[in-house]
Design a protein around this ligand. Sequence first.
Ligand code: F6P
Length: 344
Amino acid sequence: MQDGRTTLTQFIIEEQRHVAGATGDFTGLLNDIATACKVISNAVSKGALIGLLGNAGAENVQGEVQKKLDVISNDVMIKSNEWAGHLSGMASEEMEDIYPISGSNVRGKYLLVFDPLDGSSNIDVNITVGTIFSILRSPSFASNAGSDCKTEDFLQPGAQQVCAGFALYGPSTLLIITTGHGVNGFTLDREVGEFILTHPDMRIPEDTQEFAINASNERFWEWPVKRYVDECLAGKTGPRAKDFNMRWIASMVAETYRILTRGGVFMYPKDTKDPAKPGRLRLLYEANPVGFIVEQAGGLCTTGLERMLDVQPTALHQRVPLIFGSKNEVERIERYHRELRAAA
Ligand code: F6P
């Protein structure tokens, strides 16, 4: 407690007290993640002053141009989390293969999956970006603590996440987390160096008049999404009989935070732009953590046809169609998908 304020550390320790048999491993892990986010926040905010803007000169496994800050953030997450003995392994958007904990580092019972800098195409234009993470239990550690973890260990449906969260590097630095008991938001007090609980029990309004989609892809959308957006655009005189507002930041963490704060719908649906890709965003370190957070805040997260957290992953960097946000709107979009399937 600082001046009557709850710090992240205090909050996690108090949550730990309600878990029978808790060892403090999880508390330690979350603290290490929070420290990494502070370091990344600092680097992002210094930007050009320390020569960190621009491309790193390579592509990641997704074929996307890596920014210098993508590479640095990935490194910070690895270095902050590999030493303490809480993890068996990590996986990241920026690494083709998993990163098993081995050598002189002690293994632990959790797995950490992350996107070190989501929305990083926005870095050079000074728009909010963030770090997304998901914590899973390690099946390899549970069955044989002496063995290296395997890629298959990470292929768990999102419903099995122990914790999910994201840090947001915007005008304020925020950390949003869920451990399956609601969603809480913390703001970094830079002078004190601590995340302070500022947004307890975040809830997404069930109704909204705001949606977010990259409309330049319209000609590639499937009918249910086209129908939904057309109806929104028709406004007061259309079937929805109300006007809608549209947003597209192209930084999913920033859009997720807006939806947590005032409601809305985010869509990066399946489209026909590149038939080899069933969606743009990645299941394990984008859709699943966001899905866990959104559900815990009273919203919904779906592929259009299936609850996101029930999708069985088949590959580390698998992409999925992603639709999430205010409950009543997401239910409507799911219904449009079902109606199309029924008519087929
Ligand atoms: O890599 C993920 C991401 O940067 C998201 O944060 C964002 O929503 C999306 O890609 C932006 O996609 P596009 O460039 O098609 O607008």
